[in-house]
Ligand binder design. Structure first.
Ligand SMILES: Cc1ncc(COP(=O)(O)O)c(C=O)c1O
Length: 360
């Protein structure tokens, strides 16, 4: 019995060709981000319609750098707890205070009503996650940011190719952070990117470029200056070359994911499952089941891999505080991700639907 994987990057021959070109060139990486990295940034900005993009080596690096652009020391950042832990770590690493808001039970994205309740004099940034690829309610969130003079940084790790109000995700917030981890819709060995929409995007881009490469600035030939600390966060040429090929296919691959999501939504007999929305990239398709361990075991026994996204961040010991998030906590005990990648055959999709209906 061959196993149905939860995630599986889609490849055709183009990625292999791209990698061979990088290998043969002997130019594998540059802190300055020239070569394929610069090309990928340009193409990604054009794709999402943003002013500029800075490529980095992970979604985590993108979040860390994006938050470092605002002085959040002892300031509050409002975010959902239902996310990968990097979203909150980025706040802590920049000296900020993560404030977790509850989510909407239908979308599993941060609930604007809950955001409003948590705004204080210390709030500086709203950090929504487009959970599973479904965009958060950016209309309301942008309104809240405007009314309260707050910045909007988006965690779009799941949302390569998602859209909101006819614009690609990456075009809305001040800074939008993507992940190109191999499980993501746009897959690289490792990678991330910050999409920039601020008026002063040129200045922001320059600072971000410095920060992603150890603070190196004013580079002229072999001389340079260092005015601030920075990290080794730059993207390598292999990732960028693969990314360029993956970007060409992204919309088509997301359309395949949407077709599967439509079928799941129609044929899975569960009250609680991810909604169908053509704006979602469907990085994940989630369902909610009562006896989760039993369900996952039965799925595994018939060769279907499932996952849990996520254990809420505020339930980890370092983030445990006394605030309760009733919807997040209820959902966290029931949520299961089922396979939805473009490599699934029709037979496998049917098997997944039948198995979910049988075992849930
Ligand atoms: C919501 C979310 N944010 C951030 C990240 C971090 O991305 P990366 O793994 O590329 O560092 C991930 C990756 O799983 C994620 O799912």
């Amino acid at each position: 019995m061959s196993k149905i994987k939860l995630f599986d990057p889609f490849l055709d021959g183009s990625e292999k060709n791209a990698i061979n070109q990088v290998l043969d060139s002997h130019f594998w990486a540059s802190g300055a981000g020239t070569g394929y990295v610069g090309k990928f940034e340009e193409k990604f900005s054009k794709y999402v319609g943003s002013k500029n993009s800075i490529a980095v080596n992970s979604g985590t690096a993108a979040l860390n750098l994006a938050l470092s652009m605002f002085d959040i020391k002892n300031k509050e950042v409002i975010l959902p707890s239902l996310s990968f832990v990097s979203t909150a770590h980025a706040v802590i690493l920049n000296g900020g205070i993560p404030i977790f808001a509850d989510i909407d039970s239908q979308t599993l994205c941060i609930d604007p009503i809950q955001i409003k309740k948590l705004i204080s004099k210390k709030t500086k940034i709203i950090l929504p996650v487009h959970f599973a690829g479904l965009p958060a309610n950016l209309y309301e969130i942008k309104k809240i940011c405007k009314e309260n003079n707050l910045y909007l940084i988006e965690d779009a790790a799941h949302a390569s190719g998602s859209s909101y109000q006819n614009k690609k995700i990456g075009r809305h917030g001040d800074l939008v952070c993507f992940s190109f981890h191999p499980v993501k819709n746009l897959a690289m060995p490792t990678g991330g990117l910050i999409s920039i929409n601020t008026k002063n995007y040129k200045k922001i881009s320059t600072i971000l470029k410095e920060k992603r490469w150890c603070g190196i600035s004013n580079r002229k030939g072999i001389t340079y200056d260092v005015k601030n600390v920075g990290w080794n966060y730059y993207m390598n040429e292999f990732s960028a070359a693969i990314g360029i090929e993956q970007l060409k296919k992204l919309d088509n691959l997301n359309n395949v994911r949407k077709k599967i999501a439509k079928l799941y939504n129609k044929k899975i007999n569960l009250e609680h499952k991810m909604m169908y929305d053509e704006n979602s990239s469907y990085h994940i398709f989630w369902i909610r089941v009562k006896k989760r361990n039993q369900f996952r075991k039965k799925m595994s026994n018939v060769g279907i891999e499932t996952g849990i996204h996520y254990k809420p961040i505020h339930t980890f010991s370092m983030y445990a505080k006394n605030n309760t998030l009733p919807i997040t906590e209820k959902i966290a005990n029931e949520i299961v991700s089922i396979p939805i990648h473009p490599n699934l055959s029709d037979d496998e999709i049917e098997k997944i639907i039948n198995s979910v209906n049988k075992f849930s």
